[in-house]
Ligand binder design. Structure first.
Ligand SMILES: *Cc1c(COP(=O)(O)O)cnc(C)c1O
Length: 484
């Protein structure tokens, strides 16, 4: 594999500028002039097209194959939401256009969409109000923790700690820490895979600002004791934060607001269209119960009596800005389109099929792979490669073997509380045939791990890149190395 600069040939051209037909002016002062010509790539147009088309074919994506990357909900997102987000009326809006009067003709529709998306997210989650500003899941967590801090400050509460289950996504403790809190880990119950209520009772005290939890948690297990958690927290005037990144599992089945959750975020880029991953734009809307509404970030969208919409910046107790303008607007358009196209029944079907697919994979694999928490899962299941590891084949080796068979690997080595973890999330958009083929590949790999464990060290053999030294690859980035 070669970078485009390695293909450069002196003198080769992709474009030719016309001869200059105006007088040449020596306008740039001497000290700013280059001493050497810029080292630009010299290639023909065809060279460039072939280079980048070739690179694009090395990509793996949901459009090319099965992508069971647990916790990331890598589902297929319908093209129609892309089309809608691309409509000129949305994509060509300037954020400084006036909201009302003549310019309002251009912006009222966009404001209405944001307003209605807030309302519909409230309906889906049972929360009292939403802000669409945060730009990602982790950003939503940070916003939520800032709201909690503002609430305690307002009440004069002296609170210093946030309790977080030990299986939590790494962003949870970091969001709490950035907000200024000390984080304390709550152990998971070894048999149920749920947060240990007794341990929570022992850890919570009047210093506790919040409990942050994910439900279903990162083991793919639903915590049916969530109301008790809320009750314990509220007894100490601690707030309960709900990481709703895994909402894909519970649409139309469970509403965090009904369980008394105080603050939550949604990853719309996992649940409501917009592919997750690759570091692309996302959105992490945050929902709150009534008592936290005054602290929400600005601006707030308001519907006026004449049915027009305005952005209100006059919120004296607000935590202020968390994002420029209105958040990642086009991601919010995709989410709105997805929700409206599926409707209530369609969203319920999304979750039912996501859970059905995960349980199907779990049952088909549990004879051959260790299942640390053997109970019905939600949208994902977490195995351990511990049996294969006895032969020297680790979760990473299984991941590499899957790459050679044309699959994106599951998430490996997370959650941290499971040794040799392999977290599989098939999502609702995959067919039975795809799941069966993946299951067959995993079973074949389990056989191979017993029969010929040494062969795994060489894998993958068919990928554009073999097995790089991962530490070196991160520290000493060289993208021009030779392929396998
Ligand atoms: C994906 C995820 C996050 C973080 O979301 P980003 O948009 O990647 O910042 C947080 N919590 C959980 C449980 C997640 O799965």
């Amino acid at each position: 594999m070669s970078v485009v600069f390695n293909k450069s040939v002196p003198g080769r051209r992709g474009v030719r500028l016309p001869t200059c037909d105006v007088p040449f002016v020596d306008a740039i002062p001497e000290e700013y002039l280059r001493e050497q010509p810029a080292e630009l790539c010299e290639l023909s147009e065809l060279d460039v097209v072939r280079h980048f088309t070739g690179l694009s074919r090395l990509n793996f994506g949901v459009d090319t194959g099965f992508y069971p990357l647990g916790s990331c909900t890598m589902k297929y997102n319908p093209r129609v939401s892309e089309r809608i987000a691309g409509l000129e009326g949305f994509s060509q809006l300037h954020p400084f256009l006036p909201q009302l009067r003549s310019g309002g003709m251009l912006t009222q529709g966009a404001l209405q969409l944001l307003y209605e998306l807030e309302r519909v997210l409230c309906e889906i989650t049972g929360m009292g109000a939403f802000t669409l500003q945060p730009l990602a899941g982790a950003h939503g967590e940070l916003t939520g923790m800032m709201l909690i801090a503002a609430y305690h400050r307002d009440k004069g509460n002296k609170k210093h700690t946030v309790l977080i289950p030990d299986e939590a996504h790494g962003t949870n403790p970091s969001s709490a820490a950035i907000t200024g809190y000390r984080t304390v880990s709550i152990p998971t119950d070894g048999t149920t895979g749920r947060l240990n209520l007794k341990a929570l009772e022992d850890l919570v005290d009047d210093e506790t600002a919040a409990i942050m939890l994910t439900n279903p948690n990162t083991l793919g297990i639903f915590n049916s004791e969530i109301e008790q958690v809320v009750e314990i927290a509220h007894r100490h005037d601690a707030q309960v934060y709900y990481d709703g990144a895994n909402l894909n599992a519970i649409l139309g089945k469970f509403r965090p607001g009904d369980a008394g959750i105080d603050v939550m975020h949604i990853n719309v880029h996992k649940t409501f269209a917009t592919p997750h991953g690759g570091g692309g734009p996302g959105a992490g809307p945050v929902g709150v119960r009534e008592h936290l509404v005054p602290f929400l970030p600005i601006s707030r969208i308001e519907k006026r009596r004449d049915n027009s919409f305005v952005l209100d910046y006059d919120q004296p107790r607000s935590i202020g800005y968390v994002a420029p303008f209105y958040g990642n607007f086009s991601i919010l358009v995709r989410a709105y389109a997805y929700i409206m196209l599926l409707g209530g029944d369609g969203l319920v079907e999304v979750s039912e099929n996501a859970v059905l697919n995960a349980n199907y994979v779990m049952h088909a694999l549990k004879e051959r792979f260790e299942l640390p928490y053997d109970r019905s899962c939600m949208h994902e299941c977490v195995f351990s490669a511990s049996r294969q590891a006895e032969h020297g084949v680790h979760a990473l080796d299984i991941a590499k073997a899957l790459i050679d068979r044309g699959y994106h690997p599951p998430t490996v080595y997370f959650p941290l509380i499971i040794k040799e973890a392999m977290m599989i999330e098939p999502t609702e958009t995959e067919s039975k045939e795809t799941l069966d083929a993946f299951i067959a590949a995993m079973l074949e790999i389990a056989d191979e791990a017993e029969r010929n464990p040494d062969a795994f060290a060489e894998l993958p053999k068919r990928a554009p890149v073999c097995r790089p030294d991962e530490v070196k690859a991160a520290r000493d980035m060289d993208v021009s190395f030779e392929a396998c």
